[in-house]
Design a protein around this ligand. Structure first.
Ligand code: ADP
Ligand code: MG
Length: 495
C-alpha cells in the first residue's frame, strides 16, 4: 500500500506546536526525504513525538530519579530503585600492595585476572588475565558442577603464576568476585543469589550464599584461594576508576543491560538504622534499570515489554540499554514495511525475527555517512533480508537516530539525577568541584552518537558553567582491576 495524498494523520502533526518548531529546524535534505515519503511519515512522526526527550522531560526524569533514590534509601521496597548496600565502605587509595585475583562471572564467559599491586609509587606492577567459556550444559546443570568448573579454572590459572607475581609465604590467594546477577548482599564477602538471569538455569544456587558456593568448590578442588570481596560490576568499575582518580563519585554501566552506583554518605541512608561505617561513606548500587517514572515511551516499547520475559519490569533498561535498542528499531521497521511498503512489496521472514537486529547494527548504520548510505543498505540486506532504496535507508537512519537519541539523553538525565541527589544533600560536593562519572560497557564504548546524545543531555541539564565540573569518562575494563583492588582493601591480612 502506498499513499499519494497527505494522510490526515500527517496533516494533523505537521503544522502544530513543537513538531512545527522541530520541522523548521530540520535540514532541507531531511525535509525533502520527508515529503517524498509521506507514506512512512505518520509512523516516523508519531515515533519521534513519542520518543522525544526535550529539556523538560529530561528535567522530570532527573528529578524523579533523585526522588526514587531517596525513597529506596528510606526503606527496603520503598521505590522502583532497590538501592542495594554494597558493604564497600573503603575505596582503593593507591596504597594497596600485593598479589590479588579477580573473577568476573557475568555472562557466557568467566574471566580471571591477577594483579600485582605496588603501592602509591609503582601502582599496577603487572596484570594477566584469562577467559574461559562456560559449557552450555553447565548453564543448565547443578550448582556444584558449575562452581567446581569455575574453581578448577581458577586453580589452573593460579598454577601459571610466576615472573612479576609474588605471594608472600603462607598466604592464601584472595579474590574479588564480580557476580553480575541479582544478589542480596549480606556483607562485603557474602550474598544470597535471588535468581539466575541471562540464560542461566542452574539448580540449587538460588537462596544460597554464592561466596560459600565458590569457597566450598575451591576446597573440594584443593584450590588455595578464597573470596574476600563480592562485588557488583558497577561497584568494581567505581573502585577501579577511583584507584586512579579521587574525584570519581559515580559509575555507570551501559552494555547489554544498565546499572549505576555511587558513593553515598552513611547518614543519608535511613534504612541502615544506625549501622556505622568507619569512613562514613559507602557505595550504593542503585539497580536503576528498574526506574520507570515519566519515560517517553512509544507503542513499540509497550509491545516489546509485553512480549518480554519480564513484562512491566526494567523499563529504564529496556529504553536505554544495548540489549533492546536494535529490537525497538526492528519493531518500527516491521510496521513501516507492513503498513507502508518501506522495503517494497516483498516482506522478509528475517525482519519478523525478534532481536535479529542488534544494537551494534544500528550503531553501524548510524555511522554510515556515505551519500547513498551503502552500509545501511548492506546491513539491511544481510541482517534482515530486505532490499532498500535511498529513501528507505534515510528513513531507517532516522529511526535509529530517534531511538539512540532518546536512549542517550535519558541515560544522561539519569546521571544528572544521581549527581543532583548528592548535591542536594551537601551543597558544593558535586557541582562545586571536579566530579568524575566512570562509564563502562559495550554500548557506551562503541556507539559514538549515543555517547554524544548522553553528553548533550548532561550539558543541557547542568548548563555550561556547572557541566565544566562534571567529567564523564570511559573507564575501560576497570571492573576487573576494581574487584581485585576491593579484595586488597578487604584483605584479611594486614597491609
Ligand atoms: P555485558 O553488558 O554483557 O557485560 P558489554 O559491556 O561488553 O557486555 O556490552 C555488550 C553490549 O554492548 C552488547 O550487548 C551490545 O548491546 C552493545 N554493543 C556491543 N558492540 C556495540 C557496537 N558496536 N555498537 C553499539 N552497541 C554495542
Ligand atoms: Mg559487563
Amino acid at each position: 500500500m502506498s499513499m499519494t495524498a497527505t494522510p490526515p494523520a500527517v496533516r494533523s502533526y505537521l503544522p502544530r506546536g513543537r513538531s512545527h518548531k522541530s520541522t523548521s529546524g530540520l535540514s532541507r535534505a531531511r525535509m525533502a526525504v520527508r515529503s517524498n515519503l509521506l507514506s512512512f511519515a505518520p509512523i516516523l512522526i508519531n515515533l519521534q513525538r513519542d520518543c522525544a526527550a526535550p529539556l523538560p522531560v529530561l528535567r522530570h526524569v532527573a528529578d524523579a530519579m533523585a526522588a526514587d533514590m531517596r525513597a529506596g534509601l528510606a526503606v527496603d521496597g520503598g521505590s522502583d530503585l532497590k538501592m542495594i548496600l554494597s558493604y564497600v565502605d573503603n575505596l582503593p587509595t593507591g596504597n594497596e600492595k600485593g598479589l590479588f585475583y579477580a573473577l568476573d562471572l557475568g555472562g557466557t564467559n568467566f574471566r580471571v585476572l591477577r594483579v600485582q599491586l605496588g603501592g602509591k609509587e609503582e601502582r599496577v606492577v603487572a596484570t594477566e588475565f584469562d577467559q574461559v567459556s562456560i559449557p552450555q550444559e553447565l548453564m543448565f546443570g547443578t550448582s556444584e558442577a558449575l562452581f567446581d568448573f569455575i574453581a578448577s579454572g581458577l586453580a589452573k590459572f593460579a598454577q601459571k603464576e610466576g615472573g612479576k607475581f609474588h605471594l608472600p609465604h603462607g598466604r592464601t590467594r584472595e579474590i574479588g568476585f564480580t557476580f553480575s546477577f541479582p544478589v542480596k548482599q549480606t556483607s562485603i564477602d557474602s550474598g544470597i543469589l535471588i535468581k539466575w538471569t541471562k540464560g542461566f538455569a542452574v539448580s540449587g544456587t538460588a537462596g544460597k550464599d554464592v561466596v560459600s558456593c565458590l569457597n566450598e568448590a575451591m576446597q573440594r578442588q584443593g584450590t588455595d584461594m578464597r573470596v574476600s570481596a563480592l562485588v557488583n560490576d558497577t561497584v568494581g568499575t567505581l573502585a577501579g576508576a577511583r584507584y586512579w582518580d579521587d574525584d570519581v563519585m559515580v559509575a555507570v554501566i551501559l552494555g547489554t543491560g544498565t546499572n549505576a552506583c555511587y558513593v553515598e554518605r552513611v547518614d543519608s541512608i535511613p534504612k541502615l538504622e544506625g549501622q556505622k561505617s568507619i569512613s562514613g561513606r559507602t557505595i550504593v548500587n542503585t539497580e536503576w534499570g528498574a526506574f520507570s517514572n515519566g519515560l517517553p515511551l512509544s507503542e513499540f516499547d509497550r509491545q516489546m515489554d509485553a512480549d518480554s520475559i519480564n513484562p512491566g519490569e526494567q523499563i529504564f533498561e529496556k529504553t536505554i540499554s544495548g540489549m533492546y535498542l536494535g529490537e525497538i528499531v526492528r519493531r518500527v521497521l516491521v510496521q513501516m514495511a507492513e503498513d507502508a511498503d518501506l522495503f517494497g512489496e516483498h516482506t522478509s521472514a528475517k525482519l519478523s525475527t525478534p532481536f535479529i537486529l542488534g544494537t551494534p547494527h544500528i550503531s553501524a548504520m548510524q555511522q554510515d555517512s556515505s551519500k547513498n548510505l551503502e552500509a545501511v543498505g548492506s546491513i539491511l540486506n544481510d541482517v534482515v533480508g530486505v532490499d532498500s532504496n535511498i529513501n528507505a535507508r534515510k528513513i531507517v537512519w532516522e529511526v535509529c537516530d530517534t531511538i539512540a537519541k532518546r536512549g542517550g539523553r535519558l541515560a544522561g538525565a539519569g546521571i544528572v539525577g544521581i549527581l543532583q541527589k548528592m548535591e542536594e544533600d551537601s551543597k558544593g560536593v558535586i557541582y562545586g568541584k571536579r566530579t568524575v562519572v566512570a562509564m563502562d560497557g559495550g554500548l557506551y564504548e562503541h556507539y559514538p552518537h549515543y555517547r554524544k546524545y548522553l553528553q548533550d543531555a548532561v550539558n543541557e541539564l547542568l548548563g555550561s558553567e556547572l557541566s565544566k565540573n562534571i567529567v564523564i569518562e570511559h573507564s575501560k575494563d576497570g571492573s576487573g582491576i576494581g574487584a581485585a583492588l576491593l579484595a586488597a582493601t578487604n584483605s584479611k591480612y594486614e597491609h
